[in-house]
Design a protein around this ligand. Sequence first.
Ligand SMILES: NC(=O)C1=CN([C@@H]2O[C@H](COP(=O)(O)OP(=O)(O)OC[C@H]3O[C@@H](n4cnc5c(N)ncnc54)[C@H](OP(=O)(O)O)[C@@H]3O)[C@@H](O)[C@H]2O)C=CC1
Ligand SMILES: O=C(CO)COP(=O)(O)O
Length: 327
Amino acid sequence: MDANVTSPISIDAQQAQKQSAELTILGAGAWGTALASLVEKNNHTVCLWSRSSEMSLADAVQDAHVILSAVSMKGVPSVAAQLKELNIPPETIIVTATKGLDPETTRTPSQIFHDTFPDNPIVVLSGPNLSKEIDRGLPAATVAASSHPEAAEAVQYLFSSDTFRVYSSPDPLGAELGGTLKNVIAIAVGICEGLDLGSNARSALMTRALPEMIRIGTHLGGQAETFVGLSGLGDMLATCTSVLSRNYRVGYGLAQGKSLDQILEELGSTAEGVNTTNVLVQIANREGIPVPISRQVYHLLNGKITPQEAVEALMERDLKAEACLLT
Ligand SMILES: NC(=O)C1=CN([C@@H]2O[C@H](COP(=O)(O)OP(=O)(O)OC[C@H]3O[C@@H](n4cnc5c(N)ncnc54)[C@H](OP(=O)(O)O)[C@@H]3O)[C@@H](O)[C@H]2O)C=CC1
Ligand SMILES: O=C(CO)COP(=O)(O)O
């Protein structure tokens, strides 16, 4: 998507504002563009940049108090590296809105930004926020999470409006992992719906997915309670129940017998759950964490089993007590 075409503000306005941009958003895809509109409606100055912008990255960020990255996961390491060359002041708040895991390092975007900018406050913005609904001005809520409470609050105030309610949280990793791991579950539920397995199956799948998300999320450093909040359960419910979710549509298409390549081509935009599934299973194998649902999605995405075989494998697992959230 071309930032110069899709930006909610004109190129001239962007260029005029670049001297005084409060917020610079990197990535003019569906989410970066929706976030830019939210901030602009709040009468804040926003500069929307993408790698195809005429404006250089240096010009785009030169006066930003807040830099928000909304590029897809595959662009995060290079964007972080390019920013590092620009001597960003340590007081600049860096916000990440990407929901993914780096295949090279298995790290999250906030961990990559923290490694690259150890002195800057890093904030994760994550929640049940399907961009097409935000674009329509429908009410939504989200979470600004940071180990720097003032930075989380600054981002909370920047984005909050009468249609977008932002909660703060002290758990950036938990918020980020909730939004990331639920994409795998959205693929699983899309498969369930594509196979027309019914409401009971969908409910069982989503309910059992939550302890799976909590198990891996807490192992990686998130706090358990964060996964039952907006950025975890909330986002899982939104994406698993909406045809607007690209990850859900990946699963739905697989259940209809389409190839992954065909589905991704038809989508024409990012479905992070595909890469996340591969990285997640790599982490689970390395750390010995049981992830039965994600593992079946992994086998299916990699052409090892059929959707029906994935369902059978889940139903035929050893019987156990339901017990607590983490079993
Ligand atoms: N859409 C949504 O509803 C929501 C999305 N998200 C998350 O936000 C992220 C972006 O999603 P979304 O905007 O929907 O995806 P899109 O496919 O619409 O846009 C992806 C963006 O990432 C940029 N990008 C990709 N690779 C690179 C790279 N190597 N260097 C620089 N920029 C790059 C693209 O730039 P270019 O156009 O130049 O290719 C584009 O701006 C994802 O992690 C997604 O999970 C989070 C909440 C809601
Ligand atoms: O993360 C999202 C909503 O919160 C967007 O979901 P999809 O990437 O599946 O469209």
